[in-house]
Write a protein that binds this ligand. Structure first.
Ligand code: PLP
Length: 285
């Protein structure tokens, strides 16, 4: 049984109830985070809470909790659930109003909801084989830097991959790479890692930052720059990164092999470095 947190109480997830007038439900009006937990230790908790606080500030939703309260709720939720490795979902919506109205409720009483699931790790066989992806035009809004709960465009785009038996949809806007439907995308050309710059067009991934700092720490050439669709399609390697998928090679794009059609050496090295870094941070080495 999964225990969740809703507006001040810990309770079984099956028993949690919110109003149909909640703006998270009616408008997708809220922000969220997904935090991986290894051996009961949330990974990069500060970074995730910083990004949540930035999302809430940018969508003009006053953060309902102090940082210390966020940290203790997350830790208590982890302790109350049975799994050592968990995925913690954190959600803040603009709460319920008496009537459906686009304008913000006055006063606003945000809904705070957190839940836990066992962490779904990418199976080693999939890490070894890599995954296939499709591409699509990035049809999302212009604030993709915010982790908001309005995810319909991301859902539609990810479903295009699922419909074709693929793992991810790689997005292009005006002929340039943005990111995946639920991941950041890295390119390798002639031994150099290329990453799209942070802007309002991509989510500043927590894993993206770890990968870039690991590249710097290990003397691996890495450039943050605009990447054209053509550069993606002729890349030696492509990978996706996210808190749940970590570092995962993409070996086919739109039914054509990427590079040699197998996970490349730069991806494999980064995967190993990421695992080592994560274990170190989680106190497991
Ligand atoms: N980009 C999008 C659109 C995402 O939804 C995600 C994660 O869910 C990411 C990038 C990767 O972010 P992170 O590494 O913080 O999980």
């Amino acid at each position: 049984m999964s225990i969740c947190y809703l507006d001040g109480n810990f309770l079984p997830r099956d028993e949690a109830r919110i109003s149909p007038m909640d703006r998270g439900f009616l408008f997708g009006d809220g922000g969220y985070e997904v935090i991986p937990v290894y051996g009961r230790k949330p990974f990069r908790l500060d970074e995730h809470l910083n990004r949540l606080s930035n999302t809430l500030a940018e969508i003009r939703l006053a953060d309902p909790l102090e940082r210390t309260a966020w940290v203790s709720i997350v830790n208590e939720l982890v302790a109350r659930n049975p799994w050592d490795d968990q995925s913690i979902y954190v959600h803040v919506s603009r709460g319920a109003d008496r009537v459906r109205n686009h304008a913000f409720p006055v006063p606003t009483r945000p809904t705070v909801f957190l839940m836990s699931d066992p962490l779904a790790r990418v199976p080693p066989a999939l890490v070894a084989s890599g995954v296939a992806a499709v591409s699509a035009v990035d049809t999302r809004w212009l604030r993709c830097d915010l982790k908001t709960t309005s995810l319909l465009a991301n859902c539609l785009l990810r479903q295009q991959a699922v419909d074709q038996g693929c793992a991810e949809t790689i997005l292009f806007r005006d002929g340039f790479l943005t990111e995946g439907a639920a991941s950041n995308i890295f390119v390798v050309r002639e031994g150099v890692i290329l990453a799209p710059p942070k802007s309002h067009l991509i989510l500043p991934g927590i894993t993206y930052d770890v990968v870039i700092s690991l590249a710097a720490a290990h003397g691996q050439p890495c450039e943050v720059c605009e990447i054209s669709e053509e550069e993606v399609r002729s890349a030696d390697e492509l990978w996706l990164t996210s808190s749940s998928k970590e570092v995962l090679a993409i070996i086919r794009l739109d039914d054509r092999p990427v590079g040699k059609g197998v996970p490349g050496p730069v991806c494999r090295a980064m995967y190993d470095r990421y695992q080592a870094f994560r274990d170190r941070e989680s106190g497991h080495d």
